[in-house]
Design a binder for this molecule. Structure first.
Ligand code: ADP
Ligand code: MG
Length: 528
């Protein structure tokens, strides 16, 4: 792997990279950056979490002169969340150089964006829908754009943005530098690249293993109605730093987060029906640690990059193996260790085996944590907290009373009482969740077993590729996996967005019902 100093970057850019804490480049960065610096068009393929943002962000920031007053770079991302994430990373990269970058997405008041645009940003990071709004209002013009990045291109196409991307790119001068990044390379992405890139170089990081060795995977066999108690015990036993719990539906997410709050956990839920404001609030609380359990649907959690997620818990198994890989990839990021637990009902065991087969990873069976283990776990956390204080020297003012107490009472009794007080008594409120049907291995969606080698070996391999499902083009099986941080990419979003209920509102002319539906879902995602 190369150090960043070897790329011949401007000192101010290098300084920003150092500040970000990047010591050496990730594989996709060491391949892509030198090519991007020469201005050659580029297709970059690597799984999620491998540092693709910096792979295009660094060369981009390096080349734009600070004196520039026009919009010279345009980055397109599929969702508002990703636009914000990319914009934050670009912001950090330009910190010493002092360029101006601006995220543009639906859901934020357009007037505010128009005011920010008056500050003459050189770099715009936007979702296609809102970008088009601005272009139509003439508040953004693309005549001076020299560099275009299509980030998470597979997600953008999955969300039905092909037409929007085409319209936007037709407004950018032909003589430009174009880079396309994607976790997977299905045919539609190759076509997109052919249409919009000139003699691109293709760099990819070939995976060795699908799931990261840094992620420990286990499952617990539970009946549907035992799941919630299993969850509280597991949370008590493991006391995660930050945990993401995946539920299958929005109802599930709502019920679960409420139930967890009732039991005294600091939890909140994230799904597509929340207003953008609510979503932002939840994410902010999760990032800054004021809640430590985030309950989410697949769609809501897609692409989120939160560092320090120590646990992923699949309260419900996902429908397809790729979602499984995508979900567990929310932990074990950037070289840190993570644990992924899955609850599997007896009727879902076959489905679990299918996931194991496709991901080529055996998932260890663990027993349901006992009440004793749960209690012990909680007490251990309290004891650790107490010991931290012992070492922190901030307890002097409590010593007088302690000495007084010790003169009258036994030290073991005293400390035990204190631990009990701090640990808190478990609120034994009974919880009723609406049961979800088990996932049936038979109802596989066609895209899951489509063309790729990895999916061809499963019990449902081969045959019936075109299928009858809503989307048959999205072969995610060419996934490139295994790499930096060992997370994995691609989630096929379609059914999930439907399940997530984002697919049925609004209308949009001139699209097939498929694209309309998925487009709508992404727009909801961005706007609302
Ligand atoms: P991708 O777009 O491939 O999914 P991201 O660009 O979101 O991945 O990067 C994932 C995480 O890894 C981010 O938190 C990012 O800051 C971090 N990261 C990127 N490059 C490096 C590096 N060279 N060293 C350490 N961390 C890195
Ligand atoms: Mg990315």
């Amino acid at each position: 792997m190369k150090t960043f100093a070897e790329f011949g970057l401007e000192p101010k850019v290098l300084q920003a990279i150092t500040e970000l804490g990047f010591e050496e480049s990730t594989p996709i960065q060491s391949k892509a950056i030198p090519i991007a610096l020469t201005g050659t068009d580029l297709i970059g393929q690597a799984q999620t979490g491998t540092g693709k943002t910096a792979a295009f962000g660094i060369p981009l920031v390096n080349k734009i002169p600070v004196t520039e007053e026009r919009i010279v770079a345009l980055i397109m991302t599929p969702t508002r969340e990703l636009a914000i994430q990319v914009s934050e990373e670009i912001g950090k990269l330009t910190r010493y150089k002092g360029l101006r970058s601006l995220p543009i997405y639906g859901g934020q008041e357009i007037g505010r964006q128009i005011r920010s645009l008056k500050k003459r940003p050189q770099i715009i990071i936007g979702t296609p829908g809102r970008l088009l709004d601005h272009i139509n209002r003439k508040t953004i013009k693309l005549d001076d754009v020299q560099t275009v990045v299509l980030d998470e291109a597979d997600e953008m196409l999955d969300m039905g943005f092909m037409e929007d991307i085409t319209s936007i790119l037709s407004l950018v001068p032909e003589n430009r530098h174009t880079m396309l990044f994607s976790a997977t390379m299905p045919h539609n992405i190759q076509r997109l690249a052919q249409q919009f890139l000139k003699n691109p170089e293709h760099v990819s990081v070939i995976p060795t293993q699908i799931s990261a060795p840094l992620i420990e995977q286990a499952y617990i066999e539970v009946h549907e109605r035992q799941k919630f108690d299993a969850l509280s015990r597991l949370l008590d036993m493991e006391s995660p730093e930050l945990a993401i719990i995946f539920g299958r539906t929005k109802r599930r997410v709502d019920e679960l987060s409420e139930a967890l709050q009732k039991r005294g956990y600091s939890a909140d839920g994230l799904h597509g029906d929340l207003s953008q404001n609510q979503r932002d609030n939840v994410m902010r609380k999760f990032r800054d640690g004021s809640i430590d359990v985030l309950v989410a649907t697949d769609v809501a959690a897609r692409g989120l990059d939160v560092s320090g997620v120590s646990h992923v818990i699949n309260f419900d198994l996902p429908q397809d193996p790729e979602s499984y890989v995508h979900r567990i990839g929310r932990t074990g990021r950037a070289g840190k260790e993570g644990t992924a637990w899955s609850f599997v009902t007896p009727r879902e065991i076959d489905h679990l085996h299918f996931i194991e087969k496709v991901t080529r990873h055996k998932i260890a069976k663990k027993p349901l944590p006992s009440i004793a283990e749960a209690i012990e776990g909680k007490q251990r956390v309290t004891a650790e907290r107490i010991l931290e204080f012992v070492e922190s020297d901030s307890i002097n003012e409590f010593k007088a009373i302690t000495i007084q107490l010790l003169e009258q009472y036994d030290s073991v009794n005293l400390l035990a009482a204190a631990i009990k007080l701090i640990t808190g008594e478990k609120k034994d409120i009974s919880i009723e969740l609406t049961p979800e049907d088990p996932i049936r291995a038979k109802k596989r969606r066609p895209d899951v077993r489509s063309s790729g080698r990895r999916f061809s070996g499963g019990p449902f391999g081969g045959g019936n590729r075109s299928g009858s499902g809503p989307r048959s083009s999205g072969s995610r099986s060419g996934d490139s996996r295994g790499g930096y941080g060992g997370r994995s990419g691609g989630s096929s979003s379609y059914n999930r967005s439907d399940r997530d209920g984002q697919g049925s509102r609004g209308s949009s002319q001139g699209r097939s019902s498929d694209t309309r539906r998925s487009r709508q879902s992404s727009e909801d995602f961005n706007r609302n």
